[in-house]
Ligand binder design. Structure first.
Ligand code: FES
Ligand code: FES
Length: 158
């Protein structure tokens, strides 16, 4: 069946079952391969996207459950050729090694800073707790979070 979804501000009509995971639709139907498949069970965070501004595991979310809620992926963060402050901060803090977890970390950080503009270390660690980095770059990720928090335009969450 045909399912209408809105991703990164654009409407798409996707021919698939409502049971298909959002991650499969993003990657295989729309060619948005930034979101990664890690565990496929909602446990690692590599597939994290924003749904209506909240971080969601796209591997376990059925596309039929979106009910018109807008989706933002890593591809939708950059605006007019300029990286989102969280992307820029991860780059400057070199908050990655293999980078497989990075997109999920960035999307979760965006959701966190939208909800909590100046998190403490403890709050950031708690919020990012479900995102796993096998390379152990957590200290640099934390540095990137604080760098981004300093630069995020307050009250202009997206
Ligand atoms: S791939 Fe979705 S949480 Fe691991
Ligand atoms: S940078 Fe390799 S998993 Fe995080």
């Amino acid at each position: 069946m045909s399912i209408e979804i809105k991703v990164n501000g654009r409407k798409h009509s996707v021919n698939t079952s409502p049971e298909t995971s959002l991650l499969t639709v993003l990657r295989d139907h729309l060619g948005l391969t930034g979101s990664k498949y890690g565990c496929g069970e909602g446990e690692c965070g590599a597939c994290t996207v924003l749904v209506n501004g909240y971080s969601r595991r796209s591997c376990i979310m059925k596309v039929g459950d979106l009910h018109g809620q807008p989706v933002t992926t890593i591809e939708g963060l950059e605006q007019e050729g300029k990286l989102h402050p969280v992307q820029q901060a991860f780059l400057e803090a070199e908050a990655f090694q293999c980078a497989y977890c990075t997109v999920g970390m960035i999307m979760t950080t965006v959701a966190m800073l939208n909800a909590m503009p100046n998190p403490t270390d403890e709050q950031a660690i708690e919020f990012l707790n479900g995102n796993i980095c096998r390379c152990g770059t957590y200290p640099r990720i934390l540095r990137a979070v604080h760098l981004a928090a300093e630069r995020m335009p307050k009250g202009e969450a997206r």
